[in-house]
Design a protein around this ligand. Structure first.
Ligand code: B4P
Length: 340
């Protein structure tokens, strides 16, 4: 039987966050949120402006997944953990025959939202490997558990063009200040009649969503969640194959799953996956805006006023479209909405 992971996490995160902030181990950066509702879709996008982050070196670690040669920086998610950032650890089993996988919850050392935390694998696992059933189950259990006090969103940046900077496998969690994620209503409005079918939202970029109806029996939940995630990976691979058929220049691109870049956004009710074409949006004056999974959750981070102005001018959807792939219609077995 699978165990219920990380029992009693919320008070531990709260207490540890306060202690780490006080000790100065955790560096919180002030930011301002600008709401940019998209007129056509009604999605209430948020642009978070954090000018102090512009001073932070941006490319630390980034590019390693592209195989560039550089001295390997120390792994911040390897033990011994920085005591102030350490929250809890647990071993989670898929079923009674499974030896289990070890996970650690650490606070994000460089956060712009309070109580941003990470779920990292205890042993080193590459960030470019797909989420395992136990990993998704652990993340979902944490989301479910925390939702009774404060709803959270989980995200996973995978691959060189996903916005990921750390190669040690980790998912991240942020609290949703108003209890809803920007895409919640849009997903609800566009869900298919058959809620078991994965579907594509009518957006100008390829995206795949699976609604979750997780079995209450914990011995079935990891396999169920793992299967839902696999369905989304299948759609991503099929989408890439179809694109390559239409555009042969793509055929020479990455074909192995471990070489594809994608973002995953997860709540207790859905998993949303977006394949990535490039990491950064370049403004008209040549400034780069790095987009990670939170961008595809409707929350973009900008570090310069000029970048903020440009996002306001072109709109968030244009930015996202630029760093993702164009959609193609899903196969017959999947409910497909018209693509705008
Ligand atoms: P990655 O998956 O590798 O990359 P990332 O979230 O895009 O963060 P990045 O490091 O590239 O920072 P960025 O300036 O883009 O995640 C690694 C995570 O580990 C990060 O959260 C990082 O801060 C954390 N970390 C690094 N060293 C650590 C250590 N020693 N101990 C503990 N944690 C460590 O973005 C700055 C921050 O803003 C990131 O946390 C990012 O996730 C967050 N962010 C981005 N967009 C946001 C938005 N719209 N709203 C709120 N937060 C946002």
């Amino acid at each position: 039987m699978a165990t219920q992971p990380f029992a009693g996490l919320a008070p531990k995160i709260k207490a540890q966050y306060a202690a780490a902030l006080k000790a100065g181990t955790l560096l919180f950066t002030e930011s301002e949120v600008v709401e940019l509702d998209d007129e056509r879709t009604g999605i209430p996008f948020e642009v978070r402006f954090a000018p102090a982050l512009a001073k932070k070196p941006t490319d630390q670690g980034k590019g390693e997944q592209k195989g560039e040669r550089r001295d390997a920086p120390p792994d911040p998610f390897a033990p011994p953990y920085q005591q102030d950032l350490y929250v809890a650890e647990d071993v989670v089993k898929e079923d009674e025959h499974d030896a289990g996988e070890g996970f650690v919850v650490l606070l994000n050392k460089f956060c712009v939202t309070p109580r941003h935390f990470l779920l990292v694998t205890k042993e080193f696992v590459k960030q470019t490997t797909p989420l395992s059933p136990v990993e998704i189950y652990t993340a979902w259990s944490i989301l479910k558990q925390l939702s009774s006090r404060e709803k959270h969103l989980a995200f996973f940046n995978c691959g060189a063009d996903s916005g990921a900077s750390q190669p040690h496998k980790h998912l991240q969690f942020i609290p949703l200040s108003n209890g809803v994620a920007p895409f919640d209503s849009f997903i609800d409005e566009h869900k298919p009649k058959n809620e078991k079918s994965c579907f594509q939202l009518p957006l100008p970029y390829a995206n795949f969503t699976a609604l979750l109806d997780v079995p209450s029996d914990p011995s079935e939940a990891p396999a169920y969640l793992g299967h839902r995630f696999l369905e989304l990976l299948d759609l991503m691979i099929d989408h890439r194959r179809r694109l390559a058929e239409e555009d042969p220049s793509l055929a020479s691109g990455p074909v192995r799953l471990s070489e594809l870049s994608y973002n995953v956004v997860m709540t207790a009710s859905y998993i949303h996956l977006v394949p990535r074409r490039r990491e950064k949006f370049t403004t008209s004056t040549g400034r780069a805006i790095s987009i990670n999974s939170l961008g595809f959750a409707g929350m973009i981070l900008v570090k310069e006023q000029e970048a903020l102005d440009e996002v306001k001018e072109v709109g968030v959807l244009k930015v996202l479209e630029n760093v993702a792939f164009r959609p193609v219609e899903l196969g017959d077995t999947h409910a497909a909405d018209a693509i705008v």
